[in-house]
Design a protein around this ligand. Structure first.
Ligand SMILES: *Cc1c(COP(=O)(O)O)cnc(C)c1O
Length: 247
């Protein structure tokens, strides 16, 4: 399995590299986030061995279960206390990319690296108060989810609602807006996909220009297995890829 995943990563990185050349970008500015929702813990371990540390889940329960399973394997690999302690192997950065209900915020906050799917002020407020209650020593990094496609989608807010939302979220002390996330409509029509990504990038640049959010506002999470090349050409800094990694 690890060989196949390794080859898929190389192939995907190659495709990202070509898209970067075409759009005059550096590959250092494009992070591959492995979406592990369809695979078991052994596949996540394979990713970690290959140095792919950014992993994402779309449901709280699965994220929690896999987080705990991986933590257990990391602990087991530590040498017993009588021997010279070896450094702990690198732990993954866990990204939450699916719709997040307010009553499910608490279990993931202590360890989640970034929440890509912030889609309402009420959710932001819940994260803010829960973070305070848990006494977190860091701000929770969030991306605002934009519904930039032309088609109706369940989650994400309209482009026009983003700046007012960001202004309100920016007043909450325990979270930090680090960028925007979007999903292209499910379509074969590349023009529609590109339109969606371009629109999101324009909004992103507008928000950077108006300093709605601070200097940490630098991530644009867009592109999945079917459309990540287009996303790179349109300025994505984080690609969320599942199927193409494990096929
Ligand atoms: C599943 C999922 C992905 C990855 O999709 P693939 O087509 O498997 O690459 C990306 N983003 C979100 C929000 C997802 O739910």
């Amino acid at each position: 399995m690890i060989e196949r995943i390794s080859e898929n990563i190389k192939r995907i990185q190659g495709t990202i590299g070509e898209a970067c050349v075409r759009s005059n970008r550096s590959t250092d500015d494009v992070l591959l986030v492995a979406v592990t929702k369809s695979v078991e813990v052994d596949a996540i371990q394979a990713l970690l061995k290959l140095g792919q540390l950014d992993v994402a889940e779309s449901r709280v329960q699965e994220l929690s279960d896999k987080y705990e399973a991986i933590e257990a394997t990391l602990d087991r690999r530590i040498a017993p206390p009588s021997l010279t302690p070896r450094p702990k192997p690198p732990a993954p950065n866990w990204h939450m990319i699916g719709h997040l209900q307010r009553n499910k915020v608490k279990p993931i906050l202590p360890y989640v690296h970034m929440i890509h799917s912030m889609d309402s002020l009420r959710l932001a407020e819940e994260i803010n108060t829960t973070a305070a209650r848990l006494g977190l020593d860091h701000k929770v990094k969030i991306l605002l989810q934009v519904n930039a496609g032309q088609e109706k989608q369940k989650y994400g807010l309209a482009v026009g609602a983003m700046i007012p939302l960001a202004e309100q979220v920016a007043t909450l002390p325990n979270l930090e807006i680090v960028g925007l996330m979007t999903m292209a409509p499910l379509t074969e029509d590349q023009k529609k996909i590109r339109f969606c990504f371009e629109r999101c990038r324009e909004l992103f640049e507008e928000m950077q220009g108006e300093r709605v959010a601070g200097p940490a506002f630098k991530h644009l999470s867009m592109g999945m297995s079917q459309d990540y090349e287009i996303a790179v050409e349109c300025g994505a800094t984080m690609l969320r890829i599942g199927t193409a990694l494990f096929a």
